[in-house]
Design a protein around this ligand. Structure first.
Ligand code: NAD
Length: 326
């Protein structure tokens, strides 16, 4: 297998974790990154320590010596480089942003594989409308390839096979991070799910307002009945109607220890008429970053294989299995 040339768009909490996940891999090489401040490209691979140091000390990957460039159109610049597949570790703020980035790839005539870890149902629905456009463009786009949706919705699709009818899919996640600033967009997007908030409202909040909100909850964000695309993805492949899928969880923004164990419970009725529940629980030691970036690259590997067979268009993480990247 040839080494897959990978790009990562967005170099915040998830983008940086993605670079760390990729560093020891033989089958994938991180050659391109972009963030709000610029971009960097090296066909032989971008060195991890220098990338992380540029992000930390200069606030952008543009600060990496030799290969970094300041540019407000970093995404447009990396699209022009030879890259096989991108992980879009970008915030989806506004809620139409990811779909607009996808259109940017198509407008540039780019061909290859795109993978996102997007969360909202309405955001995935926007991408679903682009299926035919991706097919014509020669792009294999895999959406919802993080943890939820992603690892957990895929597990639900697998677990559903025991049943004649799936009665409910209940996803409960626990996330622990040492500070909200590590994953600013993730936290902002989670706040947008709280009662009384919207994506636009959360996007417009100042850092001081976010901190005040987190102070009032002791750093915890408790979420119920979230608008999460696990529902539309499982409905699309026929597992169950979307109203049987629920997602909620607790994010502790002040403690890397998970406040609860992330799990998905799939309840169904077997062909014999018995009702039962399969539970898939993630190990508490696995971080959000591990459970998002691992699947994202596993799906990117699958995407490369599909693309090489001429299979283009929009697929979700619930309809294909992720590969394993060595
Ligand atoms: P972050 O705020 O830490 O980083 C965002 C990065 O994107 C920054 O590097 C920023 O410079 C860059 N960026 C923003 N706008 C840009 C633009 N126009 N052009 C180029 N770069 C731009 O974000 P994060 O906390 O790492 O979250 C990223 C996304 O991952 C969020 O949308 C979050 O919801 C998603 N996420 C998904 C899951 C899942 O399980 N599916 C879990 C966690 C996070």
């Amino acid at each position: 297998m040839e080494v897959i040339r990978v790009g990562v768009l967005g170099f915040g909490g998830l983008g940086q974790a993605a670079a760390m996940v990729l560093a020891p891999k033989q089958q994938m090489r991180l050659v391109a990154v972009a963030d709000r401040g610029g971009w960097a490209y090296n066909p032989s691979g971008l060195p991890l320590a220098e990338l992380l140091s540029a992000a930390k000390t200069k606030g952008t990957v543009a600060g990496i010596p030799e290969w970094g460039y300041e540019d407000s159109e970093g995404i447009a610049r990396v699209i022009e480089q030879p890259v096989d597949g991108f992980f879009l570790a970008l915030p989806n703020l506004p809620n139409t942003f990811m779909a607009s980035v996808a259109r940017q790839f198509m407008a540039a005539g780019w061909r290859g594989v795109l993978v996102d870890a997007i969360k909202r149902t309405s955001a995935v629905e926007q991408l679903l409308t682009l299926d035919e456009a991706f097919q014509q463009a020669g792009i294999t786009y895999l959406t919802g390839c993080g943890a939820t949706p992603g690892l957990l919705s895929a597990a639900a699709a697998l677990a559903s096979q025991s049943f004649a009818e799936v009665l409910s899919v209940k996803i409960t996640f626990g996330v622990g991070i040492s500070s909200w600033e590590q994953y600013r967009s993730t936290v902002r997007e989670d706040i947008a799910h709280l009662p009384g908030y919207t994506v636009e409202k959360a996007r417009a909040m100042t850092d001081a307002e976010i901190e005040a909100l987190l102070d009032s909850t002791n750093g915890l964000i408790t979420l119920e009945n979230m608008e999460h695309a696990d529902d539309v993805m499982l409905e699309r492949i026929g597992v169950c109607p979307r109203d049987r899928v629920t997602v909620g969880g607790v994010v502790d923004t002040r403690n890397p220890k998970k406040p609860l164990s992330t799990n998905v419970q799939i309840t169904g009725r077997t062909f014999e008429g018995r009702t039962s529940t399969h539970t898939f629980t993630l190990g508490d030691e696995t971080s959000m970053a591990a459970n998002v970036c691992g699947p994202a690259f596993g799906y990117l590997k699958t995407g490369i294989s599909l693309h090489s067979r001429g299979i283009f268009g929009l697929l979700t993480s619930a309809e294909v299995m992720p590969g394993f990247v060595h």
